[in-house]
Design a binder for this molecule. Structure first.
Ligand SMILES: Nc1ncnc2c1ncn2[C@@H]1O[C@H](COP(=O)(O)OP(=O)(O)O)[C@@H](O)[C@H]1O
Ligand SMILES: Cc1cn([C@H]2C[C@H](O)[C@@H](COP(=O)(O)O)O2)c(=O)[nH]c1=O
Length: 216
């Protein structure tokens, strides 16, 4: 039975790499997929992984009907043996419904990849709809780690190196950015709640609890 599968996790846990591996393995066996993405860091119409791999993809726009796009593609003689949708958190809920319809009405597997929650720990609308509709939600096996060594489960946004909890839900960006840029860091829940990034933990470790007593 064809499935709608949501591969979900934090930033930097290998989602795009897995999407590229699924694409590679299927195309190596003569299958042809349709790849969608939205707002990949590598630019419009690209699906990229931090391991350096990149492939062309269809850039999803607001209001684009993914079901109609695929039906149109098929009716023009194109093939869609499977569908990959990366950065699926940025898709609208109605676009996730369209992907579910692709599975049910066209008998095509759809593999969606995305982060579940934003920097405020709130579900992205697209991810929420995927959790509601997917046949399976798969958590990636490669653990992204918090600076403390625990499994990272949440995404923090940093501005000027400081964790923020207010701002627009969507700001395209990356982990390991310099302190003057808007960036992201993956954290365990404990340290996300305490707003402790690696930089603030490092600063706290350096600041002595007791002021040194100068010799009189
Ligand atoms: N230099 C590197 N050497 C080995 N693995 C790396 C390197 N850089 C990134 N990675 C791996 O790539 C993962 C990020 O992959 P990516 O597909 O870009 O993540 P996501 O799409 O989930 O944000 C990291 O968790 C790490 O395992
Ligand atoms: C937490 C969070 C992330 N984003 C953006 C930042 C990146 O451009 C993508 C995630 O990409 P990845 O391949 O999973 O690393 O999402 C955002 O816009 N808002 C957020 O709250």
């Amino acid at each position: 039975m064809p499935e709608l599968v949501f591969f979900s996790g934090t930033m930097d846990c290998g989602k795009s790499t897995l999407a590229l591996q699924i694409e590679h393995n299927r195309s190596a066996r003569g299958l042809q997929g349709l790849i969608f993405t939205r707002d990949d860091r590598a630019g419009e119409g690209k699906l990229s992984s931090r391991l350096g791999l990149v492939t062309d993809a269809v850039e999803v726009e607001d209001g684009m009907d993914l079901y109609a796009y695929i039906v149109d593609h098929l009716s023009q003689g194109g093939r869609a043996d499977y569908v990959i949708a990366d950065e699926a958190q940025f898709l609208g809920p109605e676009q996730i419904d369209q992907l579910a319809r692709v599975v049910d009405d066209l008998d095509v597997d759809v593999y969606a990849f995305g982060i579940t929650t934003d920097f405020r720990t709130k579900l992205f609308p697209g991810s929420q709809r995927l959790v509601e509709l997917a046949d399976r939600v798969e958590v990636l096996q490669v653990e992204a780690l918090c600076w403390c060594g625990s499994r990272a489960t949440h995404n923090a946004r940093t501005v000027g190196g400081v964790m923020v909890v207010e701002g627009a839900q969507v700001v395209v960006g990356d982990v390991n950015r310099s302190a003057d840029e808007i960036g992201y860091e993956v954290l365990c829940r404990r340290h996300h709640r305490r707003r402790m990034t690696s930089a603030s933990a490092h600063a706290a470790a350096l600041s002595p609890d007791v002021l040194p007593v100068s010799p009189s």
